[in-house]
Design a protein around this ligand. Structure first.
Ligand code: ARG
Length: 563
C-alpha cells in the first residue's frame, strides 16, 4: 500500500461519506517539509458537512487514529500528516537492501510480450541522430518493461527495401568502385545515391532503369539480389560498430525486405475486405472516416509496394509470431501521419488489436539551435562524436582520479552514458540541442553527475568497510535522510509511470533528483562519524547506491564503482 492509500484509509475511517479512492485524489504533496509529507484539504467537504473547512480540519484531527504517524496537525483548512520517519526509514531500507538489484521489480506485465520497433536505420544511408534517439529510447523502454514483468522483443526494422535500391544499383553499375565501397561503405554508397539523384533530372532513363532493377530485385533476380545483399551487409558492419559502442542488442533484424514475400497476403486481405480503391492506377485505402485526409497508398501503378504496405505485413507478422500486448514504434514525430494511417488501416481490417499499436514519437535534435541538415553542413557524425565523448570523459577522469586502474573502461561508460542520459532525460516529444560539453560535464543534470554520486557512495562504503545487513535494524529521522527515503520508496511507482507514458525521462529525472538529494546529505551530514546512527547512515548510502545503479541500468547507462 502506498503512503497515500494508507493516509486515505485512515481518513476514510472517520469520514464515512467519502471512500478511500476519492480521498487519494484529494491528497496533496506540500511544497514545504514543515507542512508535513501529505496534506488533506477540507474545502470540498464544507458543503456536504455544512461546516467551515477550518472546523472540519480540527475535528478530524481529534478523531483520527494518529498512532502510525509522527504527528497530524490541523493548519487552517488543511490536515497535515507527518510520517513516522524512523519507522518508515527502517521499512524502506529493509525493502531495498533485501531486494538488492531487483528492488522495483513488478509483475504488472505477467509475462506478456511487447514488441519494440527501434533504431531501424536505412541501408546505404548514414545512421542519424534520430536513429540514435530511437535506439536509446527503445532500449530503455525495453529495460523498463522488463522490470515490470513484460517480455520484450527488440526489432530493428531496417530500411532495406524500396525503389531507392534500384537507383543505387544503377548508380553503382555506372560509377561504382568496389574497393572504395568496402573501405567506406555508407559514405561511398551515399555519394552514389546523391549523384544519381542529381543526374536523373538530365537522364530520365536512369529512373526507368532503376524501376526495372527494383522490379528485378522484388522478383529475386540473382545479380540484383547479390548487389543488394552486399550493400546491406556492408552497411550493417557500420551499424553494428555503433550498436557495440552503445551496448545495445536486438532480437531481430527483420527489416522491410523481410516482408517482400508477405505482401501478396496483405493485398489479398485488403481485397477480400473490399477496402482497396483505384486512384490514378494505384491501389489505395480511403481513411476519411478516421479524419485522415490522405488515403493510404498500398500499391503503385507499376505494381511496387510501399513503406506502409511493408509495415502492414510487419504488424501482422508480429501479432502472429509474438502475440504482442503492445507493438511500440519508437520513431520521430515527423512520421506520425504514417502511423495514424497504419493504425487506421488495421482498424479497417477489423483487427481489434489496432489499439495496441503505439507510435512512441520523439522530437527533433538540433545543433547550435539549428536543424540538422546534411546539405547545410550542420551534421553530427555519430562515430566520431561518441569517440569524442569518451575522450572528454577520460580527460576529466584523469584530472579527478589519476590513479584509477581501468580508466579506459570507465571513460567509455561515462562518455557513452553521457550521450544516452542526456537524450533520455528530456521529455521524448521535446527535442534537445546536441552539445557534448553539457552532456559530458560532471556538473548539472547529466549522466556523469549521477554516475559520480554512485561512485562516491561506493567509495564511502569501501572506506567504512561496510556491508549492509538486510535484516538489520536501521532507523533515521533527520530531514535530509527523509527526503532520500521518500525517493527510494517512490522508485517502483516511477518505473510504473515511465512504462505507462513510454517516457524514460521519468527515470532520468528521478535519478538526478536522488543524486542531488544524496549530495545534499553528503554535504550536511557526517556519514562516517562514529556514533550509534552510523550503521543506519551507511545503510542509507548502500540503498541509495543500489537504486541509483538500477535507475541508470533502466536507462542503459552503466554505473562504475569508481571514477
Ligand atoms: N527506416 C525508417 C527511417 O529511418 C524508420 C522505420 C521505423 N519503423 C517502422 N516500422 N516504420 O525513417
Amino acid at each position: 500500500m502506498s503512503n497515500k492509500q494508507f493516509v486515505a484509509q485512515e481518513i476514510a475511517k472517520v469520514l464515512p461519506d467519502l471512500d478511500a479512492a476519492s480521498i487519494v485524489k484529494l491528497l496533496e504533496q506540500p511544497k514545504h517539509a514543515d507542512m508535513g509529507d501529505l496534506a488533506f484539504p477540507t474545502f470540498t467537504l464544507a458543503k456536504t458537512l455544512r461546516k467551515a473547512p477550518q472546523a472540519i480540519a480540527s475535528e478530524l484531527v481529534d478523531q483520527l487514529d494518529k498512532s502510525a504517524f509522527e504527528k497530524v496537525e490541523a493548519v487552517g483548512p488543511y490536515l497535515n500528516f507527518f510520517f513516522d520517519k524512523a519507522g518508515t526509514s527502517g521499512q524502506v531500507l529493509k525493502q531495498v537492501l533485501s531486494a538488492g538489484p531487483s528492488y522495483g521489480q513488478q509483475d504488472l506485465g505477467q509475462g506478456k510480450n511487447i514488441v519494440i520497433d527501434m533504431s531501424s536505420p536505412n541501408i546505404a544511408k548514414p545512421f542519424s541522430i534520430g536513429h540514435l534517439r530511437s535506439t536509446v529510447i527503445g532500449d530503455s523502454l525495453s529495460n523498463i518493461f522488463q522490470k515490470i514483468g513484460y517480455q520484450t522483443v527488440k526489432v530493428n526494422h531496417l530500411g532495406d527495401w524500396g525503389k531507392q535500391f534500384g537507383l543505387l544499383i544503377v548508380a553503382y553499375k555506372l560509377w561504382g568502385d568496389k574497393a572504395a565501397v568496402e573501405a567506406n561503405p555508407i559514405s561511398e554508397l551515399l555519394k552514389l545515391y546523391v549523384r544519381i539523384n542529381e543526374e536523373v533530372t538530365d537522364h530520365p532513363e536512369y529512373d526507368e532503369e532503376a524501376r526495372a532493377w527494383f522490379l528485378k530485385l522484388e522478383n529475386g533476380d540473382e545479380e540484383a539480389t547479390a548487389l543488394w545483399q552486399w550493400f546491406r551487409d556492408e552497411s550493417l558492419v557500420e551499424f553494428n560498430r555503433i550498436y557495440k559502442e552503445l551496448d545495445v542488442t536486438f532480437d531481430s533484424f527483420n527489416g522491410e525486405a523481410f516482408y517482400n514475400d508477405k505482401m501478396d497476403e496483405i493485398i489479398d486481405l485488403l481485397t477480400e475486405k473490399d477496402l482497396l480503391t483505384e486512384s490514378k492506377g494505384a491501389q489505395v485505402v480511403n481513411l476519411e472516416k478516421y479524419g485522415i485526409e490522405h488515403p493510404a497508398l498500398i500499391k503503385k501503378s507499376d505494381g511496387a509496394t510501399l513503406y506502409i504496405t511493408r509495415d502492414l505485413a510487419a504488424a501482422l507478422y508480429r501479432k502472429r509470431n509474438y502475440d504482442f500486448a503492445k507493438a511500440v514504434y519508437v520513431v520521430g514525430q515527423e512520421q506520425s501521419a504514417h502511423f495514424k494511417q497504419l493504425k487506421a488501416v488495421l482498424a479497417e481490417m477489423d483487427y481489434d488489436w489496432h489499439d495496441d499499436v503505439v507510435h512512441v514519437a520523439m522530437g527533433l535534435v538540433t545543433k547550435n539551435g539549428q536543424k540538422l541538415s546534411t546539405r547545410k553542413g550542420n551534421v553530427i557524425l555519430l562515430e566520431p562524436t561518441i569517440q569524442e565523448a569518451i575522450s572528454r570523459a577520460l580527460t576529466q577522469i584523469e584530472s579527478k582520479n589519476p590513479n584509477l586502474a581501468n580508466k579506459e573502461e570507465v571513460a567509455h561508460a561515462v562518455g557513452v552514458g553521457a550521450i544516452k542520459f542526456y537524450d533520455l532525460k528530456s521529455d521524448r516529444l521535446n527535442g534537445y540541442d546536441f552539445d557534448l560539453d553539457t552532456m559530458v560535464s560532471f556538473e548539472g543534470e547529466t549522466g556523469p553527475y549521477v554516475q559520480y554520486a554512485h561512485a562516491r557512495i561506493q567509495s564511502i562504503l569501501r572506506k567504512a568497510d561496510f556491508t549492509p545487513d538486510a535484516a538489520g535494524n536501521y532507523q533515521l529521522a533527520d530531514a535530509d535522510s527523509w527526503e532520500i527515503i521518500k525517493l527510494l520508496q517512490d522508485f517502483p511507482r516511477h518505473i510504473q509511470r515511465a512504462a505507462e507514458l513510454y517516457e524514460p525521462s521519468i527515470i532520468a529525472k528521478f535519478a538526478i533528483n536522488l543524486a542531488q538529494h544524496f549530495n545534499r546529505y553528503y554535504a550536511h551530514v557526517r556519514i562516517l562519524e562514529d556514533n550509534a546512527e552510523r550503521p543506519s547512515r551507511l545503510a542509507l548510502c548502500a540503498a541509495t547506491a543500489t537504486v541509483l545503479k538500477e535507475a541508470l541500468g533502466l536507462l542503459g547507462v552503466e554505473a562504475p564503482d569508481e571514477m
